[in-house]
Design a binder for this molecule. Structure first.
Ligand SMILES: [Cu+2]
Length: 141
């Protein structure tokens, strides 16, 4: 008698589970509308006009503003102007209470005066706070 071995084959049935994974969401449109209108930054140095008394007419004096933009604010009751002693820059009349537009001063520093009141004088230090150039002429106090 022959014994025949029956081999049972196990069949594995793979069950595939269809998963409903997270539905891929559409990319966020992200309009990002920020116009961001950066306002102009005023980094100018303010020199106050406070009187008509020699080198006490302006403050700070000397001002550490070589190579920087400077605006003069007239805090007196009279009109003034600012003229560099070398004539290279003229800031026209500044009414009482007004502030001039910004002017970039020489990086080496400079000396200035008011042509309406010849006893008003001031100085700008050089860049890096180097001392102002020596004042020469009639507008020095
Ligand atoms: Cu003046």
């Amino acid at each position: 008698m022959r014994c025949s071995l029956c081999v049972a084959l196990a069949l594995g049935v793979a069950i595939t589970v269809a998963s409903c994974g997270g539905d891929s969401s559409p990319t966020n449109p992200n309009p990002n509308p920020s116009p961001n209108p950066t306002p102009p930054v005023d980094n100018s140095v303010i020199i106050r006009i406070i009187g008509t008394s020699g080198n006490f007419s302006f403050t700070p004096n000397p001002a550490s503003a070589g190579g920087q933009a400077v605006r003069f604010r007239n805090e007196t009751s009279e009109t003034h102007n600012v003229i560099l002693n070398d004539g290279s820059i003229t800031i026209p009349n500044i009414a009482p209470g007004a502030t001039s537009s910004a002017v970039t001063m020489p990086s080496s520093g400079t000396n200035y005066h008011c042509s309406l009141h010849t006893n008003m004088g001031g100085a700008i230090s050089g860049a890096g706070n180097a001392p102002p150039p020596p004042c020469e002429g009639i507008y020095c106090y």
